[in-house]
Write a protein that binds this ligand. Structure first.
Ligand code: 6PG
Length: 254
């Protein structure tokens, strides 16, 4: 495996303090992007965090996301109006709160079976990132499960070996719903910057293992995210970071 990318670990007192810092980072990366800003978003608790803190951060910078391309790092194959839909959650909670004109949003086509949904989403990405063998996102914001999963890449799953596809289907996700599509590791590792966001005590043990446990023969999915030439950042709250003993950047209350 390639050498680990340099990484920074930032610890905030609470998710409420972390959110504005994450939003500022997104706004800064967008402002620094050359032309279009491509942003990949994950689901779970991130949706609420970004919906709360990204609109004010962009309003403060008077930045409209019209030059943004937003895509989802994984999606649960449920109808968009279903409470488990990541695109649906962003579509109702975040996107309407951004200044117009809004971003271009790529979302998996609803109603397709898993393999066809993955192929369709891969085709959308290939078109949006034409000229690149593997889409290079300016920023990917990833979550972390207590089992070490990220996107819909789960521990021990054959999808961890995927080297050709940029989007893969999964029909046996251990976290429901079982049918999903996900960006693959080659896409995650091609990004210019990856930020993992993990909050809560339930993530503490897995973070200790990923960040301070040393090399493993079969690394957890999140530990396999080591951008080839991009930056790797971790945004944690104190509860999630409570088992870490190595150096971290401590941030005061925002
Ligand atoms: O489908 C999903 O659930 C997400 O895309 C997944 O990758 C998520 O980011 C992690 O499971 C963390 O979720 P929480 O932040 O809600 O713990």
């Amino acid at each position: 495996m390639a050498a680990a990318a340099p990484r920074r670990v930032a610890v905030f007192p609470s998710p409420q303090a972390l959110g504005p810092a994450l939003a500022r980072l997104v706004a800064e990366r967008a402002a620094a992007a050359d032309g279009r800003f491509s942003l990949g978003l994950s689901g779970g608790s991130l949706v609420g965090l970004l919906a709360r803190d990204l609109p004010p951060a962009l309003a403060a910078a008077a930045a409209a996301p019209s030059r943004w391309l937003v895509a989802f790092c994984d999606e649960r194959l449920v109808p968009p109006e279903h409470p488990e839909s990541t695109a649906g959650a962003y579509g109702t909670q975040l996107l309407p709160r951004l200044l117009a004109p809004g971003p271009r949003v790529l979302a998996p086509a609803p109603g397709l079976p898993p393999a066809a949904a993955a192929a369709d989403y891969a085709a959308q990405l290939r078109q949006a990132f034409s000229g690149q063998d593997v889409p290079v996102f300016d920023l990917l914001v990833l979550g972390l499960g207590p089992d070490g999963h990220t996107c819909s890449l789960f521990p021990g799953h054959p999808l961890l070996q995927e080297e050709e596809k940029i989007v893969a289907a999964i029909t046996d996700s251990p976290k429901p719903p079982p049918e999903r599509i996900t960006l693959t590791l080659p896409v995650l590792n091609a990004a210019r910057m990856v930020v993992f966001v993990a909050t809560g005590e339930g993530k503490a043990a897995v973070l200790k293992r990923i960040l301070e446990g040393g090399e493993e023969e079969n690394p957890l999915p999140a530990a396999r995210v080591r951008p080839h030439s991009g930056q790797l950042r971790w945004f944690l709250d104190e509860a999630a970071a409570k088992e870490l003993t190595g150096p971290v950047e401590k941030h005061p209350d925002a």
